[in-house]
Design a protein around this ligand. Sequence first.
Ligand SMILES: NC(=O)c1ccc[n+]([C@@H]2O[C@H](COP(=O)([O-])OP(=O)(O)OC[C@H]3O[C@@H](n4cnc5c(N)ncnc54)[C@H](O)[C@@H]3O)[C@@H](O)[C@H]2O)c1
Length: 446
Amino acid sequence: MNKKINIVPASGKLGILTPGLGAVATTFIAGVIAARKGIGKPIGSLTQMGRLRLGKRTENRHPLIREFVPLVPIEQLVFGGWDIFTDDVYAAASHAKVLDQRLLDDLKEDLRSIKPMPAVFDSHYIRNINGPNVKKGASKMELAEQLMEDIRRFQAENGCERVVMVWCASTEAYLQAGPVHYSLAVFEEGLRQSDPGIAPSQIYAYAALKCRVPFANGAPNLTCDIPALLELSIREKTPIGGKDFKTGQTLMKTVVAPGLSARALGVRGWFSTNILGNRDGEVLDAPENFRTKEVSKGNVLEGIFNQELHPELYGELYHKIRINYYPPHGDNKESWDNIDLFGWLGYPMQIKINFLCRDSILAAPIVLDLALFLDLAQRAGLHGIQEWLSFYFKAPQTLPGLPAEHDIFKQLSKLENTLRYLMGEDLITHLGQDYYEDFYAQQAGH
Ligand SMILES: NC(=O)c1ccc[n+]([C@@H]2O[C@H](COP(=O)([O-])OP(=O)(O)OC[C@H]3O[C@@H](n4cnc5c(N)ncnc54)[C@H](O)[C@@H]3O)[C@@H](O)[C@H]2O)c1
């Protein structure tokens, strides 16, 4: 047995703040409230439905994760957020059309009471939408201070012991780390000077970390994946994670690709296309915003099919991704994957995947799990990048120079072993020699 880590109890209320109260955030909030009232089940959420194995296979110990590690119960969650539109969560969820109107009507009172705070917004970073509920400030630093004030007020008004923040707002235009992101001191000066290289999502992340509020990034924006904010997260002993919720097509990719690579099958091409008609799709219709998504989705296969180690299997892999805005489908994304693979002696084969998914239905449980696990991480004294939460992301944030792990099965092992480690349980390596050694020793004794 390992030594158990000292974890502060999960007492009191936990506030979950989301920049963006659109399809994902409102589906998440309505879903948790529905589960709380017993009118729906939080399916897809590991923290609510998942179990993990402890000890040897023969011990038959498979506790629910939420009973194994001290997580805040969903009854103790309080929700809030920011949006550029003034719609409350009931109106925004009705607009998003993910959940049945009848269900939303049953939850109307609770949902109506959650109203968006004015957002920090910059149309240079999101071109295709604009709204009236936006903060004004003399500098980006002043906007960050307004956000910090929002966080403190929300926490006090709702009697929350702790708060976490999960970015659920639109995808920002593609941004690469530049000099203003390289250190905290330069970044803070950049905020004071309103440096155009600082995106709104980075202002939210800065405000969160300054308040010691853990921050996860559900979109592919650069956001906290910069040295300045990593420095701040370490200094403030606050966990961060990102980027881009792993749902839909990429989820399927990280399920199928490890299987092909495990069998040393070659892959020559992987063409992914999809259509979706929600506001996310509308934002991604702008080339600079699509570029952000393309980069985050694009690295997944290259991470699993290692071209350098296996040039004869993956050296010629052609990976192409398209996202098409198609309003009639709303949030019901449809994706097609065509995989050109080859086997023994190079004989070609094909796999076709047609996934008729619901984007926000897959993303909502991720928001819940990230919020609860980030809060756990902070109470356990973990801070900085939480690589064990890679399981939830398309483009997991890691230390600079450390390659990300994209294989969902390895990511799950890492997550489960982290929970075992926190609770002082043996890590599971799946070696399994001990069963056989014990058996052979017994046989030899007879
Ligand atoms: N649904 C999925 O499966 C999925 C998967 C991975 C990532 N994502 C990402 O999650 C994010 C949310 O997706 P969605 O489907 O809810 O989109 P959405 O368009 O329905 O909601 C986003 C909301 O963010 C608001 N917003 C934009 N800029 C803002 C700002 N600066 N501050 C506050 N609010 C702002 C918009 O007004 C909108 O209401 C997107 O970035 C999307 O790419 C979604």
